[in-house]
Ligand binder design. Structure first.
Ligand code: NI
Length: 214
């Protein structure tokens, strides 16, 4: 091989290693999200969604009945999430905006997986950064448990050192991370599951798929 070929090969190896490393260290949300996305699609409509009784950032009650009569794009996360959640909420807002008037038919929703820290007040503060129509939901630990289970969303407080404890486990401090399914569900006007997107779905793809469904 010529010297330039070797250099090319070296560059290729470094690039591949870099990409593999980045993928390996990316949030556990990634894998769980994909796995759940697959499950959600395969199992169909009946197994995603169910009864819930929560409140939004204005203290207004929100139940499964609020899902009927309009399209809902619902994401599950928490306000302390360092990157994946804010990026996904930003993408969701961008896709709804890109849809133009059709976007008005979609209600963006966020359901916390961390009700202990995500109070009505903190959700109110958080909400100003995202789509103005987004309803940010929280509730008691029991209600969030019921709701996330209904939507087949996994959540667990990540203890120091990376070991996940049960969601109800008391964290030592207020700086814990929460492992959670990172998924967006599109629910139809009948309140039933239609399709899902992952946090890795691009704004362009989300917009395109939504435009064909709405
Ligand atoms: Ni997150």
């Amino acid at each position: 091989m010529r010297r330039s070929d070797w250099l090319f090969l070296l560059l290729l190896v470094v690039t591949v290693a870099g990409v593999a490393g980045a993928l390996y260290f990316s949030e556990t949300e990634t894998e769980r999200g994909r796995r759940l996305e697959a499950t959600g699609t395969e199992t169909g409509t009946a197994l995603v969604g169910g009864a819930f009784n929560l409140v939004d950032q204005d203290g207004i009650a929100v139940t499964e009945n609020d899902l009927t009569g309009r399209w809902t794009l619902i994401y599950f996360g928490y306000t302390f999430c360092p990157d994946v959640c804010p990026v996904t909420l930003t993408n969701m807002a961008a896709a709804i905006e890109a849809l133009g008037t059709a976007g008005n038919r979609v209600v963006p929703m966020f359901m916390t997986v961390d009700p202990k820290r995500d109070t009505v007040e903190s959700l109110k503060e958080y909400s100003v950064h995202f789509h103005p129509r987004t309803r940010f939901l929280t509730g008691s630990e029991e209600e969030i448990d019921r709701a996330t289970k209904a939507f087949r969303v996994y959540r667990a407080i990540r203890a120091e050192g990376g070991r996940a404890e049960g969601a109800r486990a008391e964290a030592d401090n207020e700086n814990y991370l929460v492992d959670h399914t990172s998924i967006l569900y599109l629910m139809g006007p009948d309140g039933k599951f239609v399709t899902s997107f992952s946090h890795a779905t691009s704004v362009a793809e989300m917009t395109d798929r939504l435009r064909r469904l709405l």
